[in-house]
Design a protein around this ligand. Structure first.
Ligand code: ZN
Length: 169
């Protein structure tokens, strides 16, 4: 059988997000706001992978991820790896790390949950019960969510417009 070579060019400097669960690349770009950069982004969707069967991969020139973006990726794809590239070489490679408690990034949909209080809203906190498949629990109202039930907090676009983000899988 012919081995399929990944047809994505190497980048000179920037970030490679590899081993993304197949089909999640576009969701990751949207959620992290990376789709708003002016940098060159190359995406591979349903790329053959020895380890995971199929995977997605994202390469972004001249962009390095912040902590929030890494957490968002870990929620959507706990096996993802992040490589930092300088002069076409990988200078650092790490697996995304899901925090034990996910703070602020996700909305709790229970109306009576204290995180939705109109008077004194507090930041949401979700305890990670299982990473893969993901299962998280609101620490305030105990409601349990699986990945396809999670609603991410809207992020502000650079223009200041609020964008509603509902992930539907
Ligand atoms: Zn709650």
């Amino acid at each position: 059988m012919l081995e399929q070579k990944l047809k994505i060019d190497k980048i000179q400097r920037g970030t490679v997000i590899d081993h993304i669960d197949a089909g999640y690349a576009l969701t990751i770009l949207n959620l992290t706001g990376l789709d708003e950069t002016n940098s060159l982004i190359t995406i591979g969707v349903n790329v053959s992978s020895k380890k995971y069967g199929k995977k997605d991969i994202i390469k972004i020139e001249n962009v390095f991820l912040d902590e929030v973006q890494m957490q968002q990726i870990s929620i959507l794809s706990s096996n993802a790896t992040i490589s930092l590239i300088e002069n076409f070489e990988v200078i650092e490679k790490k697996k995304v790390e899901m925090p034990k408690i996910i703070k602020k990034l996700i909305v709790c949909e229970t109306k009576t949950c204290i995180s939705n209080s109109k008077k004194e809203p507090i930041d949401t906190e979700f305890l990670v019960l299982e990473k893969n498949p993901l299962k998280i629990q609101c620490v305030f109202c105990d409601r349990i969510y699986r990945l396809d039930e999670i609603k991410f907090k809207p992020r502000r676009k650079k223009s200041g417009k609020k964008v509603k983000q509902i992930i539907q899988l």
